[in-house]
Design a binder for this molecule. Structure first.
Ligand code: HEC
Ligand code: HEC
Length: 301
């Protein structure tokens, strides 16, 4: 009688160990393409800009990454272009090195249309430069593996010299070892997810990372077209740890629901460009890491 619960416990412990080793194997067995698919379709939300939507705001099935929103600022007008491997209208003729350079330096290849011309700064290269080498390779491998879609994006127009923001955590960079620490792992995800580019105040085209996460940046159809025909715009919220103005008094579950399901603490459904439809594909471990990091963002009113 007294031994029975112990036998059960031993069996549970054995099952837990077996499961843990399966999970560990699965993690190491992840191929670069699988890792790239995970990153691009969750935290990176490349499709939030680069995938087309119907006028109702729904993704167009089978045409992912073939060209998306159109962005208009005083400095430039540019479409988030076709980044499928179509040779004529996409990135099919780019080498891996060309793609890596575009992603982390924001500069086009030295061949073809607009050779060596910098990409408009809305393409978040200043954040992607934080990629761990294996993640950069994974994103490139995944982009090569998606279905080529033919769709010519309109050519960009550059009107004024553009400013490329620099983001402190991206400049400092990250190491593989830091990924074991939830707060640093969260900082890495928030960096490559360029969360703070939207969630920090912006004045006269300059983002103020001294007021990290304070919110206030405005988005609207005059700036971005292509989310949906009914979208009227939105203002990025304060996501600092401030107990009243920010997320300080929210529970972990409430923060995760806002990020992944697009439902605010008071039940309101969030608007674009908040990319919750993508963030919903993040693993629980990565979502927890983001919450752990956000709890460390100094409070601001
Ligand atoms: C905030 C919107 C936005 C996000 C997010 C974004 N991009 Fe872009 N991207 C753009 C825009 C806009 C351009 C075109 C800029 C220009 O023409 O000057 C662009 C250009 C590019 C180009 C160059 C293509 C060409 O034909 O010139 C590549 C490659 C690219 N993006 C890949 C990615 C990948 C991969 C991701 C996710 C890791 C991503 N982008 C996320 C907006 C975005
Ligand atoms: C392209 C800009 C953009 C990016 C990138 C972005 N957000 Fe947002 N986010 C917004 C906007 C705009 C809102 C407000 C939407 C609304 O009020 O309808 C918002 C809302 C939120 C909210 C809800 C806050 C509240 O008070 O309801 C949270 C939490 C949040 N974002 C966290 C994040 C995190 C974490 C990331 C990165 C993984 C992120 N956001 C990336 C633009 C962005």
């Amino acid at each position: 009688m007294a031994n029975a619960p112990q036998a059960v416990l031993a069996r549970i412990r054995f099952a837990a160990l077996a499961l843990a080793s399966v999970v560990a194997c699965a993690a190491t067995a992840e191929t670069p393409v699988e890792r790239g698919a995970y990153l691009v379709n969750s935290i990176l939300a490349c499709g939030n800009c680069h995938s087309p939507r119907t006028p109702e705001g729904q993704p167009v099935a089978g045409r992912e990454l073939s060209g998306g929103v159109f962005i208009r600022t005083p400095a430039f007008e540019a479409a988030a272009s076709n980044i499928t491997p179509d040779r004529e209208t996409g990135i099919g003729s780019w080498s891996d090195a060309d793609l890596r350079r575009a992603l982390i330096e924001g500069v086009r290849p030295g061949h073809g249309r607009l050779a060596n011309v910098p990409l408009a700064p809305v393409m978040p290269a200043g954040f992607f430069k934080a990629f761990l080498p294996r993640d950069l390779d994974a994103v490139v491998a995944y982009l090569r593996s998606v279905k080529p879609v033919r769709n010519a994006s309109p050519a960009p127009v550059y009107k004024l010299a553009s400013r490329h923001d620099t983001y402190p955590d991206a400049d400092a960079g990250f190491t593989e070892a830091q990924m074991q620490d939830p707060v640093r792992r969260g900082a890495y995800l928030v960096t490559i997810g360029h969360c703070m580019e939207c969630h920090s105040p912006r004045e006269k085209g300059v983002t103020d990372y001294g007021r990290l996460g304070r919110g206030g940046r405005e988005f609207g159809p005059a700036l971005v077209q292509g989310f949906s025909s009914s979208w009227k715009g939105s203002v990025a919220r304060n996501i600092t740890s401030h107990p009243l103005a920010g997320l300080g008094a929210w529970s972990d579950a409430q923060i995760k629901r806002a990020i992944a399901k697009g439902i605010s603490r008071d039940g309101r459904v969030l608007e674009p460009p908040m990319a919750f439809g993508y963030y919903d594909r993040m693993s629980e471990r990565d979502l927890d890491a983001i919450v752990a990091y956000l709890r460390t963002v100094p409070p601001l009113e």
